[in-house]
Design a protein around this ligand. Structure first.
Ligand code: HAM
Length: 402
């Protein structure tokens, strides 16, 4: 067959997919432990939601959206990120006060594909709405940090910055604009065009960002409440022993952020896509999409990138393969019993030879082969270096003890 997956998308199959499954399961556990219920939202939304929420001058909106007209001539966009949709859902739900949600699913950006930069990618994330408390920032940052650590990914740095709010940002933006005008001749035409419209985006530019080491820093222009909020977040993280690095050059690629901005960076990955996750506070987003003022904070992590950084961990998705000497019908009740006991086990339904069944077990790289000799007989459990005979009902306990 000549069809390939579309450019920048992947077919994720076993055995690679097992690490995904375990990581996503871990995500469900950790997010649940922090009190974030699952939310399941549309994969496409009206285009205007992202234009207004994410920001019309961001690269995500100007270059990367999968936008189409539906049959009713409405402009729709495959979600490039989750936060705008979550805030929309919260506002639509009519709920008031503090509210939390955790999500997991595919997102879409028309990017130049490379390792860790895909056109369809998987994010997990949380949003904590209705609270301006620095404790919410701390909780969210901690959750992301603990989750990443629990995946086994070492060498992750947490970068932290504050980018001010509607009170102090305008003065900062003006200072930045003046600075950029002064070095205009060194900047790309794209950046020059942004100086008037949204100079913060120039800091985020792939070509010009690195030239701006001397540019004014948000941290030097924060108002007192923003300074206090940032100090509280840092103190809280220190209290929880979460190491962070203050990074005054950290600006995020989406327009909705206020105050806290952070990124988790896998130091082992190529710098172009070493951010395994990022987030921050977005106290103005709800109003930007036409809702009542609602503060919020959250993050999203890129599962594709986490997998890349973990480096192709191959984990078996089966505990055992059952080889039947008496045919598949006879083996079925035994397999069923093992599965009821919690054993991840598979067997051959085609009635193939014992030799062929052993070959399958070998191909699947199962740690244990169980040989079924018929009802009333002991099961022979075989590993590379041992062989034991057991009654069927003891197999699961034996496997658990290994
Ligand atoms: P973001 O930084 O655009 O933030 O994306 C979060 C993470 O998604 C990135 O750090 C990266 O790991 C992953 N990611 C993004 N684009 C791609 C891609 N093309 N291929 C592979 N992975 C990718 C957001 O999306 C915000 N909504 C996060 C947030 C939640 N802020 C507040 N709440």
């Amino acid at each position: 067959m000549s069809f390939q997956p579309p450019k920048g998308t992947d077919d994720i199959l076993a055995p690679e997919s097992q690490a995904w499954r375990e990581t996503l399961r871990l995500w469900e556990d950790v997010s649940e432990r922090y009190g974030y219920p699952l939310i399941v939202l549309p994969i496409f939304e009206s285009t205007e939601l992202f234009e207004r929420g994410v920001g019309e001058t961001t690269e995500v909106v100007t270059k990367q959206m999968y936008t189409f007209s539906d049959r009713g001539d409405r402009s729709m966009t495959l979600r490039p990120e989750g936060t705008a949709g979550v805030v929309r859902a919260y506002l639509n739900s009519g709920q008031q006060g503090v509210w939390k949600g955790a999500y997991s699913g595919p997102f879409f950006r028309y990017e130049r594909p490379q390792a860790g930069r895909r056109r369809q990618f998987w994010q997990v994330g949380v949003e904590y709405l209705g609270t301006a408390s620095s404790l919410a920032d701390i909780e969210v940052i901690e959750l992301g940090y603990r989750f990443i650590s629990s995946t086994g990914l070492g060498d992750v740095a947490l970068l932290l910055n504050s980018i001010g709010d509607s009170r102090c940002r305008p003065q900062y933006v003006e200072a930045l604009r003046n600075y950029l005008r002064g070095i205009q001749s060194e900047l790309s035409p794209e950046s020059v065009e942004l100086i008037d419209r949204n100079p913060l985006r120039v800091l985020d530019s792939k070509t010009d960002g690195p030239k701006l080491m001397e540019a004014p820093r948000t941290l030097d222009h924060l108002c007192d409440p923003c300074v206090e909020h940032f100090a509280e977040v840092k103190r809280g993280l220190e209290g929880l022993r979460i190491p962070y690095k203050e990074d005054a050059s950290l600006v995020r690629g989406l327009d909705y952020y206020t105050r806290t901005a952070f990124e988790y960076v896998a130091t082992g990955l190529d710098t172009a896509q070493n951010a395994v996750g990022g987030g921050g506070r977005y106290d103005g987003l709800a109003e930007a999409i036409g809702g009542r003022a609602t503060p919020g904070v959250g993050f999203a992590l890129g599962i594709d990138r986490i997998m890349l950084a973990l480096g192709d961990p191959q984990r078996p998705y089966l505990d055992a393969y059952l080889v039947s000497e008496t045919g598949p019908e006879d083996a079925l009740p035994a397999v069923s019993r093992l599965r009821e006991d919690g054993v991840r086990v598979d067997f051959d339904t085609e009635g193939r030879s014992v030799k062929a069944q052993f070959r399958t077990a070998g191909r699947l790289e199962v740690p244990v082969v169980l040989v079924w000799r018929g009802r009333g007989q002991l099961v022979s459990a075989q590993t590379e270096d041992e062989r034991v005979e057991l009654p069927l009902e003891e197999v699961s306990t034996w496997l658990n003890k290994r």
